[in-house]
Design a protein around this ligand. Sequence first.
Ligand SMILES: *Cc1c(COP(=O)(O)O)cnc(C)c1O
Length: 340
Amino acid sequence: MQHTPTTILSAFPKVSLLEGATPIQRLYGLERALDCTGRQIEVYIKHDDAARLGQGGNKLRKLEYLLGDALAQGADVIITTGGIQSNHARLTAAACARLGLRCELVLASAVDNSEYDYHHNGNLVLNDLFGAHLHHANSQMPADKVIEQLQQRLQAEGHHPYFIPTGGSVALGCLGYVEAALEIAAQEQEMGVTFDAIHVANGSSGTHAGLLAGFELLGRPRHVQAHSVLHTLQATTETTQTLRQQTLHLLGQAATTPVMAIHINPAQMGSAYGMVTAEMKRCLRLLAQTEGLLIDPVYSGKAFAGMVHDIETGVLAPNSRVLFVMTGGTPALYAYHNLL
Ligand SMILES: *Cc1c(COP(=O)(O)O)cnc(C)c1O
């Protein structure tokens, strides 16, 4: 058998949670608002926010491989963890509902936000509707302790729990974004467009690392411009490099260069993870009011602000085509509405 990127990926067990390739859309209204026409800048988005399952989002791509592995190992309960408004937790709950798996969510307060809706609305409403069991971690009872006790209790009851770390950002989860890179390359061919830069949010780094590994697997490293929203620039860079190498290793590939130049811009994070910024609010409304499209306030809203900044200030050269990966997370709008 030939070892093409697709056959290499197909060796890994996978469940199907998406409905085929996510569409790419050109943003004519945004281009007009940002005065792109004279400079021949074209702006596109890839709708990784669009899926019927669980209101969609980037975590579904990772969960296709993680839950594929869980089922292959005979798991009957999935345990995962995240912040109070974790999109990953909500999508894990939705995917478990579809697959008939029990879902245990261990949520910790990651953001200094005492708004009522932050603690009751948004993703929390959906976790409950999907039938997930919720466990709250805190400083006395940190998440790893809660998880350990849960695992022991479930095993004692004869269950086979499978643990997925925060954001699904382990090499196996990154395979979902290796696949997304192959999908983007195929869509470029179909559309007759080559993207000069691909912008994306970087939280737990799996999305960025998976895209980098995917383009390397294709033998065509690309400018993936990430915007960090969770950790410091140094920590984010290290995690992204490590995950990229681990993902290539999992695919049986040597990294083309041990440490490749990776592009992470920390400028949009603001005071901390999950804290709103003026630029995020402006750009979230800009997209909503030029295109009728919604982005989330924690990840894509900040990353999108970073791309808009690059367009407005001329960092993005004239005659460029740029792709923004929409990663979902819009249920958080209802948790943050008082702050937007
Ligand atoms: C988790 C998440 C991200 C970040 O993805 P990572 O792989 O954790 O870097 C971006 N956008 C949304 C909406 C998310 O939920």
